[in-house]
Write a new protein. Structure first.
Length: 70
């Protein structure tokens, strides 16, 4: 059964993910991912205005945010 710490960590991860999403949408989209410098596919840039990371980097960042609560 989840306790208050689990709920707090989950909420913090949600807030962090939302902040990252808002920041990404407000920034101009790049041709290359900021994290790995690989090209960002056109479909991803069209689907997520302002994206600055590729799918692989986004998944890694989200996983790290969940694990480390950042």
């Amino acid at each position: 059964m989840p306790d208050s710490t689990d709920h707090s960590q989950e909420r913090e991860a949600q807030v962090t993910a939302e902040a990252m999403r808002q920041r990404a949408e407000s920034a101009p989209a790049g041709e290359s991912a900021l994290e790995c410098a690989e090209p960002i596919p056109d479909d991803r840039r069209a689907a997520i205005p302002g994206c600055q990371v590729c799918i692989d980097c986004a998944e890694r960042l989200e996983r790290e945010a969940r694990v480390y609560g950042q």
